[in-house]
Design a binder for this molecule. Structure first.
Ligand SMILES: Cc1cc2nc3c(=O)[nH]c(=O)nc-3n(C[C@H](O)[C@H](O)[C@H](O)COP(=O)(O)O)c2cc1C
Length: 644
């Protein structure tokens, strides 16, 4: 019998209360390179949820690492005045400051200050870095040591050196990025020299109790790149000199292997935990953190009990629900608000916007957030529509003490999310509905399913929330004689007819509303062609998830016609027009067209409803304007908090 998840663990001289670690998560809540109270509030909330240890978001240690003004520039003299608030906010939970140098991978500003190891282009931006001289390498080593020293003075329990994901440390370690022939490159030992020297400097700069951790890519998943053997050899070398106290094992870099860095909903649980296990075997007792799409208590417990890792790292699961550790322990009776692995959070920060979660409206707002206030009298509210917006409004209202009745025209609740969950690969979106329904049940929401609310209904309620959603527009294609289906109908379509028939999926959506049906049809044996008038696929997906989409479509040899629109058809023929040149072409043997395009708000209830109902409440979610899940859930939540 191995260790227990909720059993304490010693890291150097610090005892962590349990084995759940908040792993580094950039929030983009920093401003002009300086820390903010919003970041401290974010950390305070995660600590209150019961994690054993917090690794903060990455902070830049040197002016040559300037990925984005939302990233804290810890090298500026004024930065630590604010950073001091971070360990204080965590109120007793040990906090490690993640020290970060991006090297050539400057993300948002690739041409601003790209220092790198070798003159090889950054895989993401294509920019070629300035090759660091010995003096510059020395300056960066000292910058890490200085940041660690200041972190200790500021009250952090330790630091984590960011050696993963293709940033500067990985760039030194990997033969894929390090082509130097001096003392910093050439063979595996010399490629490791920078990280070993860095760990020595940081150790020397800090006191005996101070934790020095490192995060590594256990595998880079690029040809000729780092593998778990390299990670294990490095950790063995670090452990032999007693240089590190904690090792986090992640994966990928910012090449196409980025898909694996934050595994989205198409991956199984804990797909890369095996990397942590290999590293742990070489770690000589130094505790190892496994991470990467660990979402359930059962998996977390198994990894620790079976010795795959000493600790379990969580990023997205704690964005969705900071109270997850307390809930897993049964301290808090509420259900866990599960991470959908939709990667909206990651997409947001990589657009340079503050982090946000589809179904946790509190994320990023912790500084201002107050729990929804109870109401003095048990007033009644009717919610029309049991989609994500309506369900969110319903449970939050009921929790506040309102008597809530939900009317839903369809026979089942869930709306858009319930339809998405029926598509192969997107089942996880259903967990959003499951959570909302569990909360509705917990707080006693009444349901009238299969019962649309009409303006004639004698509703006795103090307020009506109109969350009637949207319907897809089904276009007519001149001359086309076959069926045109909308995405909502795809789960009910029959498997592919006899060989030779093609389904054309018209993607005017740029998101899962188009790719869900396409992949669903592929899974059911259809030949699929994707057509979009945009110049690229996946405009509404984050860059990371788009890689996975491309890979899966290419695995099935799906032809993709970008920059073409459908203008007509004939018998089993679809006619396309090039949006730039007007040139035309035909797709033959078409048996089915699926059109993922515009939706229209279902707002007649609101537009024809009795004035009194709507004195104060506008329609929410798609009934206001068809948008995405985040807009629906957040609007439902906000409205439910505001009704008095
Ligand atoms: C929004 C977001 C921000 C992240 N920021 C960082 C970061 O600053 N440093 C880092 O090492 N990893 C960062 N990561 C990666 C996570 O630490 C973790 O390795 C990855 O998300 C897999 O864990 P998960 O499946 O629990 O989310 C980030 C991930 C997300 C989703």
């Amino acid at each position: 019998m191995g260790a227990q998840l909720f059993e304490p663990v010693r890291v150097r001289e610090t005892v962590l209360a349990n084995r759940l670690v908040h792993v580094a998560t950039l929030t983009q809540l920093g401003r002009d390179g300086l820390p903010t109270a919003a970041q401290a509030a974010y950390l305070r909330r995660r600590a209150a949820g019961g994690v054993g240890c917090i690794v903060t978001e990455g902070v830049s240690v040197h002016s040559s690492s300037r990925p984005h003004p939302g990233v804290v520039q810890a090298y500026r003299p004024e930065a630590f005045a604010g950073l001091r608030a971070w360990p204080q906010a965590a109120a007793g939970v040990p906090v490690l400051l993640q020290l970060w140098h991006v090297g050539r991978q400057q993300l948002w500003g690739p041409r601003e200050a790209p220092w790198g190891v070798s003159p090889e282009p950054d895989a993401l931006s294509g920019s070629v870095p300035h090759v660091m001289t010995d003096a510059e390498i020395e300056a960066v080593l000292e910058a890490f040591a200085a940041a660690a020293r200041q972190a200790e003075a500021a009250g952090f329990a330790g630091v984590e050196l960011h050696g993963a994901h293709g940033y500067l440390l990985t760039q030194f370690l990997s033969p894929w990025s390090n082509t130097r022939t001096d003392r910093w490159g050439g063979d595996a030992e010399r490629r490791r020299a920078f990280v070993l020297e860095l760990a020595r400097r940081v150790r020397r700069a800090t006191g005996p109790r101070f934790i020095v951790g490192i995060k590594l890519s256990g595998h880079e998943f690029v040809p000729g790149g780092l593998t778990e053997r390299d990670a294990a050899d490095l950790v063995a070398a670090l452990a032999a000199e007693g240089l590190v106290d904690l090792v986090g094992v992640s994966q990928g870099n910012f090449s196409l292997s980025l898909e694996r860095h934050v595994p989205d909903l198409h991956f199984p649980e804990a797909p890369f935990a095996y990397l942590a296990r290999t590293v742990r075997e070489a770690a000589a007792g130094v505790p190892v953190i496994a991470m990467g799409r660990i979402m359930s208590r059962a998996t977390a417990e198994r990894l620790v009990a079976e010795g795959w890792a000493d600790l379990v790292g969580l990023s997205r699961a704690l964005l969705a629900d900071p109270d997850l550790p307390r809930k897993w322990r049964g301290i808090d009776g509420e259900p866990v608000r599960p991470c959908l692995a939709c990667n909206v959070c990651w997409g947001r920060i990589h657009q340079g916007r503050p982090v946000a979660c589809v179904h946790n409206p509190e994320l990023g707002e912790e500084e201002r957030w107050t729990p929804p206030a109870p109401i003095p009298r048990r007033a009644a509210v009717v919610v029309a529509g049991a989609g994500p917006a309506g369900l969110e409004a319903a449970w939050v209202l009921a929790r506040r003490g309102f008597r809530v009745t939900v009317y839903e025209a369809a026979g089942e609740p869930g709306g858009q999310a319930a339809r998405l969950r029926r598509l192969a690969g997107l089942e996880r979106f259903g967990e959003l509905v499951d959570y909302q329904l569990a909360q509705c049940a917990r707080y006693g929401v009444a349901f009238r399913l299969g019962t649309p609310l009409t303006p004639e209904d004698p509703v006795e309620a103090d307020a009506v929330v109109v969350a009637t959603g949207s319907v897809p527009v089904r276009p007519t294609i001149p001359g086309w004689r076959g069926p045109v289906r909308v995405p909502d109908e795809v789960p009910d379509l029959a498997p592919a007819p006899p060989a030779g028939a093609t389904a054309v999926v018209v993607d005017e959506d740029g998101g899962y509303y188009a790719y869900g049906p396409a992949e669903h049809l592929l899974a059911r044996g259809w030949a699929v062609v994707l057509v979009t008038s945009r110049t690229a696929l996946g405009a509404r997906l984050d860059y990371l998830s788009r890689i996975g989409l491309e890979r899966r479509l290419r695995t099935h040899d799906v032809p993709v016609w970008t920059g073409w629109r459908v203008v007509g058809g004939g018998d089993r023929v679809l006619l396309l027009e090039d949006v730039f040149t007007g040139r035309r072409r035909a797709i033959e043997d078409v048996a089915l067209v699926v059109w993922a395009g515009a939706r229209r708000a279902v707002d007649d209830l609101w537009r024809t409803g009795r004035e009194a109902w709507f004195r104060r409440w506008a329609p929410i979610g798609d009934a206001f304007a068809p948008r995405d899940l985040l807009a629906a859930v957040h609007e439902g939540h906000r409205l439910a908090r505001e009704i008095r």
